[in-house]
Write a protein that binds this ligand. Sequence first.
Ligand code: FES
Length: 110
Amino acid sequence: MEWIEIGGLDDIPRRGARTVETASGPVAVFRTADDTVFALINKCPHRGGPLSEGIVSGKLVACPMHNWVIDLESGEAAAPDKGCTPALPVRIEDGRLWLGLDAARRVAHG
Ligand code: FES
């Protein structure tokens, strides 16, 4: 697993997200109201909407396109919708964020 530093926790608004470019395309890094961070490939499993522009509530994000609700931890769409967007590991150390890139590479190579 390769970890890359992607800035500070404070670079992400609470209940919001920012995007990070990777070899596999943009990754959305979310911050919840209680300062937990999650990372998902920035594509809704429905029609590829930008999840980074959605509204975070709890550990869920609502896609801005058609309101599918995606679990930030697993990337799974909430029932009755079906689909999953890949999740990437992200960790906080001394207020700095690190993104784990193995998963992104796997996505890139199918
Ligand atoms: S593209 Fe996300 S709900 Fe349709």
